[in-house]
Ligand binder design. Structure first.
Ligand code: PGA
Length: 239
């Protein structure tokens, strides 16, 4: 599964044009492509994707039911807008809005309840890696989900080392492998889908995907260019 996270990029017309280009990427039925545009363009992009196999996703939601929550969007709204995926716990939201896994448990539960797929992001900071606490940090971000007693069968994890996001250099295949194995062991799900994210590009994709532990990618910057995104999808299919 290769998921595009457009973050806070694209005008309405750029979003439509990019979605049209992504829609025309040819790939095997077993390769799932998803795009997560800014929430405000979901409807426009959903129209472009009608009848295609490209999955649509939100970049965030909250776990509350309908009610007085100014500026928020819940999981049911995401479902109603035609989404199949919801990214949760991205490091940019953890850093800027102080989101923690504890706070995100209701959001994960509500996305699962709608039958959609939470793409739950975890990853260590550079300070945590440099001090030898990378695994501890990532396990710490997972544990509250496990402790919540949710049935996590429908959950996808995106391992995204914070220091690799937008940095131009990805984690090494060895480090990715160790982390993905650890995540599956903690989840107690050998078959769990664990994506890698952090500077996946046409240049790095072949190396990242050479790891048997990698189930796909969450792609930021390179997903804003349809040719680069298509090259990443092609690299996935070559592995
Ligand atoms: P990047 O972002 O590909 O630009 O590093 C990945 C992400 O933040 O999901």
């Amino acid at each position: 599964m290769i998921i595009a996270n457009w973050k806070m990029n694209t005008t309405r017309s750029e979003a439509i044009a990019l979605a049209q280009d992504v829609r025309s990427i040819s790939c095997r039925p077993s390769t799932k492509i998803g795009i997560c545009p800014p929430a405000i363009w979901i409807d426009a992009v959903s129209n472009v994707l009608k009848g295609s196999s490209v999955l649509l996703g939100m970049q965030n939601c909250i776990g509350d039911p309908f009610g007085a929550q100014t500026g928020c969007i819940n999981a049911e709204m995401a479902k109603g807008a035609g989404c199949q995926l919801v990214i949760l716990g991205h490091s940019e939201r953890r850093a800027r809005f102080s989101e923690t896994t504890e706070m995100l448990v209701p959001a994960v539960a509500s996305v699962l309840e709608t039958g959609n797929i939470p793409v739950f992001c975890i990853g260590e900071t550079l300070a945590e890696r440099d001090s030898g606490r990378a695994i501890e940090a990532v396990v710490g971000q997972l544990k509250p989900l496990l402790n919540a007693g949710l049935d996590l069968d429908g959950l996808i994890i995106a391992y995204e080392p914070v220091w690799a996001i937008g940095a131009g250099h990805s984690a090494t295949v060895g480090d990715i492998g160790i982390m993905h194995r650890t995540i599956r062991a903690i989840l107690d799900r050998p078959d769990a889908l664990v994506l890698y994210g952090g500077s996946v590009s046409p240049e790095s994709a072949g190396t990242v995907f050479s790891s048997a532990e990698v189930s796909g990618a969450l792609v930021g910057g390179a997903s804003l260019n349809a040719e680069k995104f298509a090259a990443i999808v092609a690299a996935w299919e070559q592995n």
